[in-house]
Design a protein around this ligand. Structure first.
Ligand code: GAR
Length: 217
Protein backbone atom coordinates (compact mmCIF):
# COMPACT_ATOMS: atom_id res chain seq x y z
CA UNK A 1 0.00 0.00 0.00
CA UNK A 2 1.27 3.48 -0.85
CA UNK A 3 1.98 5.91 1.96
CA UNK A 4 -0.86 8.43 2.22
CA UNK A 5 0.37 11.99 1.95
CA UNK A 6 -1.05 14.82 4.05
CA UNK A 7 -0.56 18.58 3.78
CA UNK A 8 -1.52 20.64 6.85
CA UNK A 9 -2.31 24.38 6.68
CA UNK A 10 -1.89 26.40 9.87
CA UNK A 11 -1.81 29.98 11.12
CA UNK A 12 -0.99 29.81 14.81
CA UNK A 13 -0.10 27.65 17.78
CA UNK A 14 -0.56 24.40 15.91
CA UNK A 15 -1.78 22.23 18.79
CA UNK A 16 -4.02 20.40 16.32
CA UNK A 17 -1.02 19.96 14.03
CA UNK A 18 0.80 18.43 17.00
CA UNK A 19 -2.04 15.95 17.58
CA UNK A 20 -1.95 15.06 13.87
CA UNK A 21 1.84 14.59 13.99
CA UNK A 22 1.51 12.30 16.99
CA UNK A 23 -1.27 10.16 15.49
CA UNK A 24 -0.65 10.20 11.74
CA UNK A 25 3.06 10.85 11.29
CA UNK A 26 5.31 9.74 14.15
CA UNK A 27 3.99 6.40 15.47
CA UNK A 28 5.98 3.34 14.38
CA UNK A 29 2.84 1.57 13.20
CA UNK A 30 2.21 4.59 11.05
CA UNK A 31 5.41 4.45 9.07
CA UNK A 32 4.49 3.56 5.51
CA UNK A 33 0.80 4.24 6.21
CA UNK A 34 0.60 8.03 6.37
CA UNK A 35 2.98 10.95 6.40
CA UNK A 36 2.65 14.71 6.78
CA UNK A 37 4.66 15.79 3.74
CA UNK A 38 4.30 19.54 4.18
CA UNK A 39 3.08 22.17 6.65
CA UNK A 40 2.18 25.55 5.19
CA UNK A 41 1.58 28.62 7.35
CA UNK A 42 0.26 31.98 6.23
CA UNK A 43 1.92 33.49 9.31
CA UNK A 44 5.70 33.49 9.67
CA UNK A 45 5.40 33.69 13.48
CA UNK A 46 3.15 30.64 13.87
CA UNK A 47 4.45 28.36 16.63
CA UNK A 48 3.16 25.45 14.57
CA UNK A 49 6.18 25.95 12.28
CA UNK A 50 8.44 25.08 15.21
CA UNK A 51 6.37 21.96 15.85
CA UNK A 52 6.83 20.94 12.20
CA UNK A 53 10.57 21.63 12.38
CA UNK A 54 10.91 19.59 15.60
CA UNK A 55 9.20 16.66 13.89
CA UNK A 56 11.47 17.12 10.83
CA UNK A 57 8.51 17.85 8.59
CA UNK A 58 9.02 20.09 5.59
CA UNK A 59 7.39 23.46 6.26
CA UNK A 60 7.08 26.79 4.54
CA UNK A 61 5.44 30.16 4.88
CA UNK A 62 3.18 31.62 2.23
CA UNK A 63 2.58 34.93 3.90
CA UNK A 64 -0.78 36.67 3.89
CA UNK A 65 1.08 39.76 4.89
CA UNK A 66 1.55 40.97 1.33
CA UNK A 67 -0.68 42.70 -1.15
CA UNK A 68 -1.19 39.68 -3.40
CA UNK A 69 -4.80 39.01 -4.30
CA UNK A 70 -6.76 36.09 -2.80
CA UNK A 71 -6.63 34.33 -6.17
CA UNK A 72 -2.86 34.75 -6.37
CA UNK A 73 -2.55 33.43 -2.83
CA UNK A 74 -4.56 30.34 -3.68
CA UNK A 75 -2.43 29.86 -6.82
CA UNK A 76 0.71 29.76 -4.64
CA UNK A 77 -0.92 27.11 -2.47
CA UNK A 78 -1.94 25.18 -5.59
CA UNK A 79 1.65 25.05 -6.82
CA UNK A 80 2.72 23.32 -3.59
CA UNK A 81 -0.24 20.97 -3.60
CA UNK A 82 0.25 19.95 -7.22
CA UNK A 83 3.94 19.30 -6.58
CA UNK A 84 3.22 16.86 -3.78
CA UNK A 85 -0.17 15.42 -4.83
CA UNK A 86 -1.43 14.88 -1.27
CA UNK A 87 -4.22 12.43 -0.49
CA UNK A 88 -5.60 14.77 2.17
CA UNK A 89 -5.39 18.49 2.99
CA UNK A 90 -6.11 19.44 6.60
CA UNK A 91 -6.89 22.99 7.70
CA UNK A 92 -5.73 23.13 11.31
CA UNK A 93 -6.43 26.62 12.61
CA UNK A 94 -5.81 28.10 9.16
CA UNK A 95 -7.35 31.56 9.55
CA UNK A 96 -7.59 32.53 5.94
CA UNK A 97 -10.53 32.27 3.59
CA UNK A 98 -9.89 30.12 0.56
CA UNK A 99 -11.40 31.08 -2.77
CA UNK A 100 -14.25 29.18 -4.36
CA UNK A 101 -12.21 27.81 -7.33
CA UNK A 102 -9.59 26.45 -4.91
CA UNK A 103 -12.21 24.85 -2.71
CA UNK A 104 -14.03 23.38 -5.71
CA UNK A 105 -10.76 21.83 -6.86
CA UNK A 106 -9.74 20.28 -3.54
CA UNK A 107 -12.90 20.14 -1.41
CA UNK A 108 -13.36 16.38 -1.91
CA UNK A 109 -10.11 15.82 0.01
CA UNK A 110 -9.99 18.80 2.37
CA UNK A 111 -11.16 18.82 6.00
CA UNK A 112 -11.38 21.65 8.50
CA UNK A 113 -11.76 21.74 12.27
CA UNK A 114 -13.97 24.48 13.67
CA UNK A 115 -14.40 25.36 17.36
CA UNK A 116 -18.18 25.11 17.66
CA UNK A 117 -21.05 22.71 17.25
CA UNK A 118 -21.82 23.65 13.65
CA UNK A 119 -24.08 25.01 12.27
CA UNK A 120 -23.98 27.12 15.45
CA UNK A 121 -21.30 29.80 15.72
CA UNK A 122 -19.74 29.88 12.30
CA UNK A 123 -16.96 32.46 11.99
CA UNK A 124 -14.69 33.76 14.73
CA UNK A 125 -14.83 34.32 18.52
CA UNK A 126 -16.94 31.20 18.93
CA UNK A 127 -16.10 30.62 22.61
CA UNK A 128 -16.93 34.17 23.68
CA UNK A 129 -20.19 34.12 21.74
CA UNK A 130 -21.23 30.80 23.27
CA UNK A 131 -20.50 32.13 26.80
CA UNK A 132 -22.30 35.42 26.08
CA UNK A 133 -25.36 33.48 24.93
CA UNK A 134 -25.38 31.43 28.15
CA UNK A 135 -25.05 28.18 26.21
CA UNK A 136 -24.82 25.08 28.37
CA UNK A 137 -22.72 23.21 25.82
CA UNK A 138 -20.20 23.96 23.13
CA UNK A 139 -17.65 21.92 21.19
CA UNK A 140 -15.86 21.31 17.93
CA UNK A 141 -16.74 20.01 14.49
CA UNK A 142 -14.72 18.36 11.76
CA UNK A 143 -16.22 19.02 8.34
CA UNK A 144 -15.47 18.85 4.65
CA UNK A 145 -14.59 22.25 3.22
CA UNK A 146 -17.09 23.77 0.80
CA UNK A 147 -17.19 27.23 -0.79
CA UNK A 148 -19.61 28.43 1.92
CA UNK A 149 -17.48 29.16 4.99
CA UNK A 150 -17.88 26.79 7.97
CA UNK A 151 -20.79 25.18 6.21
CA UNK A 152 -19.56 21.91 4.72
CA UNK A 153 -20.91 18.48 5.64
CA UNK A 154 -20.02 17.60 9.23
CA UNK A 155 -18.02 14.42 9.83
CA UNK A 156 -17.66 14.34 13.60
CA UNK A 157 -18.48 16.59 16.54
CA UNK A 158 -17.43 16.57 20.18
CA UNK A 159 -19.42 18.34 22.90
CA UNK A 160 -18.12 19.92 26.07
CA UNK A 161 -20.05 21.54 28.93
CA UNK A 162 -19.95 25.28 29.63
CA UNK A 163 -19.84 26.00 33.36
CA UNK A 164 -21.29 29.16 34.92
CA UNK A 165 -17.95 30.76 35.74
CA UNK A 166 -16.13 29.73 32.56
CA UNK A 167 -13.90 32.18 30.73
CA UNK A 168 -12.71 31.93 27.12
CA UNK A 169 -9.34 30.42 28.04
CA UNK A 170 -10.92 27.62 30.09
CA UNK A 171 -13.53 26.84 27.49
CA UNK A 172 -11.03 26.98 24.65
CA UNK A 173 -8.73 24.54 26.46
CA UNK A 174 -11.65 22.14 26.99
CA UNK A 175 -12.59 22.33 23.31
CA UNK A 176 -8.98 21.87 22.20
CA UNK A 177 -8.70 18.63 24.16
CA UNK A 178 -11.61 17.23 22.17
CA UNK A 179 -10.30 18.62 18.89
CA UNK A 180 -7.07 16.71 19.36
CA UNK A 181 -9.10 13.48 19.45
CA UNK A 182 -11.68 14.00 16.73
CA UNK A 183 -9.45 15.53 14.07
CA UNK A 184 -6.86 12.72 13.80
CA UNK A 185 -9.67 10.16 13.99
CA UNK A 186 -11.60 11.80 11.13
CA UNK A 187 -8.39 12.03 9.09
CA UNK A 188 -7.73 8.34 9.70
CA UNK A 189 -11.24 7.51 8.46
CA UNK A 190 -10.55 9.47 5.29
CA UNK A 191 -7.11 7.99 4.66
CA UNK A 192 -8.37 4.43 5.12
CA UNK A 193 -11.10 5.07 2.54
CA UNK A 194 -13.96 4.83 5.05
CA UNK A 195 -14.86 8.53 4.82
CA UNK A 196 -15.77 10.16 1.52
CA UNK A 197 -17.55 13.17 0.13
CA UNK A 198 -20.22 11.82 -2.21
CA UNK A 199 -22.60 14.12 -4.08
CA UNK A 200 -22.13 16.80 -1.43
CA UNK A 201 -22.70 14.43 1.51
CA UNK A 202 -20.21 13.07 4.01
CA UNK A 203 -20.34 9.27 3.90
CA UNK A 204 -18.80 6.88 6.38
CA UNK A 205 -18.62 3.21 5.37
CA UNK A 206 -20.97 3.94 2.49
CA UNK A 207 -23.65 5.50 4.72
CA UNK A 208 -24.59 9.15 4.57
CA UNK A 209 -23.79 10.85 7.89
CA UNK A 210 -26.39 12.85 9.81
CA UNK A 211 -26.31 16.67 9.88
CA UNK A 212 -24.22 16.60 13.06
CA UNK A 213 -21.88 13.91 11.73
CA UNK A 214 -21.14 10.48 13.12
CA UNK A 215 -23.13 9.87 16.27
CA UNK A 216 -23.19 6.34 17.61
CA UNK A 217 -26.30 5.58 19.68
C1 GAR B 1 -8.65 25.53 16.84
O1 GAR B 1 -9.47 25.68 17.96
C2 GAR B 1 -9.47 25.40 15.58
O2 GAR B 1 -10.71 24.78 15.80
C3 GAR B 1 -9.68 26.85 15.21
O3 GAR B 1 -8.45 27.46 15.49
C4 GAR B 1 -7.85 26.79 16.59
C5 GAR B 1 -6.42 26.49 16.21
O4 GAR B 1 -5.71 25.98 17.30
N1 GAR B 1 -10.05 27.00 13.86
C6 GAR B 1 -10.86 27.96 13.43
O5 GAR B 1 -11.33 28.82 14.14
C7 GAR B 1 -11.16 27.91 11.93
N2 GAR B 1 -12.36 28.62 11.65
P1 GAR B 1 -4.29 25.33 17.10
O6 GAR B 1 -3.47 26.31 16.29
O7 GAR B 1 -3.75 25.15 18.48
O8 GAR B 1 -4.48 24.02 16.38
Amino acid sequence: MQTKKIIVLISGDGSNLQALIEKLHLPKENIGASEIVLVISNNADAYGLTRAKDAQIKHLVISSDTDISPLEYDALLTVQIEKLQPDLILLAGFMRILGKPFVRQYGHKMLNIHPSLLPKYQGINTHQRAIDNAEKEHGASVHFVTPEIDNGPVVLQAKVPIFDDDNVAELSARVHTQEHLIYPLSAQWFLSGRLKLNAGNAELDGKCLAKDGYAPD
